[in-house]
Design a protein around this ligand. Sequence first.
Ligand SMILES: [Zn+2]
Ligand SMILES: [Zn+2]
Length: 237
Amino acid sequence: MFIKTLFDKRACEDKLRTGWGLSFLVDNRFIFDTGEKGEWLMENMDRLGVRPGDIEAAVISHDHWDHWGGLWDLLGARKGLKVYCCSRFGEEFKAKAKGLGAELTENDDFVQIHKKIYLTGQIDGSFKNAYIAEQSMVIKTSNGVSLFTGCAHPGIVRILETVKNRFSGEDIYAVIGGFHLMHESAGAIKAVVEKFRELGVKNVFPTHCSGDEAEEAFKNVYGRRFGKVIVGQTLEI
Ligand SMILES: [Zn+2]
Ligand SMILES: [Zn+2]
């Protein structure tokens, strides 16, 4: 399965837009998160030859601007797009998505949305002492199971353990996305990296809110099995 990065903080060429938030294109037809700004998402899609009409569904990990920022323009370009959120996303988000013609699904439980694609359902998290619901995406291929996270506000290890329990017996091939470790101490980051090893995670691609220190810590332990997420590049899982 091929994953193309549509938006993130680094790009493979200057002409591609970069910024806060992330967006991944799965199998050329599913989008996981949409980055911070519609105009930039659409520009990157255009430059990378991705046609909005080919997109079947968008999964929004959680109700934060840097993850749904591109959704409104995408809905303008792709009428009636299927959008997956969770029931505890804000009413403002839901009303806006529906108002722009999204076929909105509020999903709270573990669910399979395509032959190889699953959603964890709503996992409770917190951000700045307030509740935030978040879902993550899981893709199962012959290589094993790969996990995609938005910001990992429920805690990256907790999400990973949830997925590991659900797919017991499967290898965790890759964990890709925001791990939200940018405000954590070196000790806490080290503990997370050790937990990844213990849970048998084979490849890691921390980006977005993971933080430079955590990226470095993963790189030191994972070596060649650490990868950077770069807009315009395609990853095979
Ligand atoms: Zn974020
Ligand atoms: Zn967030």
